[in-house]
Design a protein around this ligand. Structure first.
Ligand code: PRP
Length: 208
């Protein structure tokens, strides 16, 4: 049996995801132990090796084959367009990518729209599809500040409960894409470790 290398996204979503793997019979010791600083955990008996990576890096590990499979948000997949297979929607971390603005904002379409976002490629694709000229302002967090301070006209960001927008007097104006966690696979691992990956896939479906 070949060992499957699995990239998990660090953080709350990753913990939920790991619990599904555990329920499916693929647990490994200490994965959720907060006291350890270890990043790699394995259970050779069931053929898995997990590692925690930054959520936005999962696609890179999987695309380059450092991980055979991994779990990444659809937002990351839309942004980086890695050449990997998307195998399963885990229906966890459900949210959406949306455009939001200050309540009094209205787009007159006669100027270059300034869009602040962590997702520059998603923003360019989305507005190219509408034929709207934009100026992308790439930020790394606290995106909601940009329209408040006049840095941008709108933001394109993740909206989950909508609380962050509300508390900053912003409102969603368009949905760009639904988002949830996806199980993804490296394309050659999917061939060479097909039995192992399909076995895991079936058990995960049962555990969801
Ligand atoms: C995400 C996102 C929003 C917020 C949305 O931020 O960028 O700010 O969550 O959630 P809500 O609709 O439930 O309020 P995150 O916590 O990842 O922080 P950051 O973007 O500032 O890094």
């Amino acid at each position: 049996m070949e060992i499957l290398n699995i990239a998990l996204p660090k953080g709350r979503l990753g913990e939920k995801v790991y619990k599904v793997f555990e329920r499916a019979g693929y647990g490994a010791e200490d994965v959720l132990d907060e006291k350890t600083r270890k990043l790699v955990f394995e259970n050779p008996a069931v053929g898995v090796r997990y590692f925690w990576v930054k959520p936005s890096d999962v696609a890179i590990y999987v695309e380059r084959g450092a991980a055979d499979i991994g779990v990444a948000g659809k937002d990351i997949l839309l942004e980086y367009k890695p050449e990997i297979y998307e195998l399963l929607d885990l229906k966890l971390g459900v949210c959406r990518l949306a455009v939001a603005a200050k309540k009094d904002f209205s787009d007159t379409l006669d100027f270059t729209l300034r869009v602040a976002t962590k997702f520059p490629n998603v923003a360019m694709d989305y507005y190219a599809g509408k034929g709207r000229d934009i100026d992308v302002i790439k930020l790394n967090g606290s995106i909601e500040l940009a329209p408040i301070l006049g840095l941008s006209d709108v933001i394109l960001d993740i909206v989950e409960t909508g609380a962050t927008l509300r508390e900053n007097n912003l409102e969603p104006i368009e949905t760009v894409a639904p988002v949830s966690a996806r199980l993804v696979a490296n394309t050659s691992s999917f061939q060479f470790k097909n039995t192992e990956i399909n076995g895991l896939l079936e058990k995960l479906k049962g555990a969801l």
